[in-house]
Ligand binder design. Structure first.
Ligand code: NAX
Length: 328
């Protein structure tokens, strides 16, 4: 029998945590044949609720679940971790300036990055979900100099999945017929969902749609502002879809992209496509055997270039702000 994989989830008592943990325990993160041990990290006020969730996980009697530890100590939570899902973050509250938001999150992601550096397993893979996800990932990565930088990633898979869903709706195609969608840049309203290289049932998606105005005025804003639309409709932010995207992100990273397809991940830039090196920005990537590569050689047209640049500029501003605050 296989050794269980240690999966650490922060913010375990939150709404994404609640949607995420049961599916991790049932095999949707790593595969139906991979046993897992869960480590739940919460702040002291969240521990009791996390214990309640752990009771329910016990009650589900998942055959793959080999244990649950709950703690408010990052050093214990990341000890021996193979996969870390950093979901807990400080939300923006009324009247909070961007600097306050970044420093509050720096207070979370810097110590967690250090704890990962000092205690995680050698094969650690980190996904940051908590917002501002790209810059939180940069803060954690900067605090972990002994971990290869490419192990720190930020989630844009929800945006990627949203783009696929919108494109399927518009074209009448099945979701499974849509390939090679790309999210570029920041997981924020400036992100750029790109369909110029995408395919709908084997045909170029931009040509199938053949409507630049729909792209500019409907598709891009619908994808980029979907989070706000969900809050408006549901009275709470995306949770089950975010959890599903987190599972997809890690599952794809570990198990590989399908032939002829790619995915979107926020990763440390190597300077590709004019994105300054070191920024954590979303790119089209293929994955294989637990590692990933940026898809190279895509032609970036006049429609796409300024949109990618605008989102990357926002990431540079966030990086400058956290540098100023001494967080990286
Ligand atoms: P909740 O407020 O329901 O849960 C957050 C949990 O994190 C709480 O239980 C809190 O006690 C815990 N927490 C706070 N600080 C912590 C720390 N230092 N260590 C451990 N736990 C800590 O939020 P939820 O709806 O679950 O969302 C979590 C994060 O995901 C938010 O930052 C949210 O903005 C972000 N999202 C990111 C998305 C993405 O695509 N990248 C989409 C969904 C979501 O909006």
């Amino acid at each position: 029998t296989r050794t269980p994989v240690n999966v650490t989830v922060t913010g375990a008592a939150g709404q994404i945590g609640y949607a995420l943990l049961f599916r991790i325990a049932s095999g949707h993160l790593l595969g139906a044949d991979v046993p897992v041990r869960l480590r739940l990290l919460e702040i002291p006020q969240g521990l009791k609720a996390a214990e309640g969730t752990a009771m329910e996980l016990d009650d589900a009697a998942f055959p793959l679940l080999r244990g649950i530890d709950i703690t408010d100590d990052p050093n214990a939570a990341f000890d021996g971790a193979n996969v870390a899902l950093l979901v807990g973050a400080r939300p923006r509250t009324k009247g909070m300036e961007r600097g306050d938001l970044l420093s509050a999150n720096g207070g979370i992601f810097k110590p967690q990055g250090k704890a990962i550096n000092d205690h995680a397993a050698d094969d650690i893979k980190v996904l940051v979900v908590g917002n501002p996800a790209n810059t939180n990932a940069l803060i954690a990565q900067s605090a972990a100099p002994d971990v290869p930088a490419e192990r720190f990633t930020a989630m844009t898979r929800l945006d990627h999945n949203r783009a696929i869903a919108q494109l399927a709706k518009r074209t009448g195609a099945a979701v499974s017929d849509i390939k090679r969608v790309t999210i570029w840049g920041n997981h924020s309203a400036t992100q750029y969902p790109d369909i110029f290289h995408a395919e709908v049932a084997g045909k170029n998606a931009a040509e199938v749609v053949n409507d630049e105005q729909w792209l500019a005025d409907t598709f891009i804003p619908t994808v980029a502002k979907r989070g706000a639309a969900i809050i408006e409709a549901r009275g709470a932010s995306s949770a089950a879809s975010a959890a599903s995207a987190a599972l997809d992100h890690v599952h794809t990273w570990v198990n590989g992209t399908a032939d002829g397809d790619w995915t979107s991940m926020g990763i440390v830039s190597d300077g590709s496509y004019g994105v300054p090196a070191g920024l954590i920005s979303s790119f089209p990537v293929t994955t294989k055997d637990g590692s990933y590569e940026i898809v190279q050689g895509l032609d970036i047209n006049e429609f796409s270039r300024p949109r990618i640049d605008a989102s990357v500029k926002e990431l540079e501003e966030e990086r400058a702000a956290v540098r100023e605050l001494g967080l990286i």
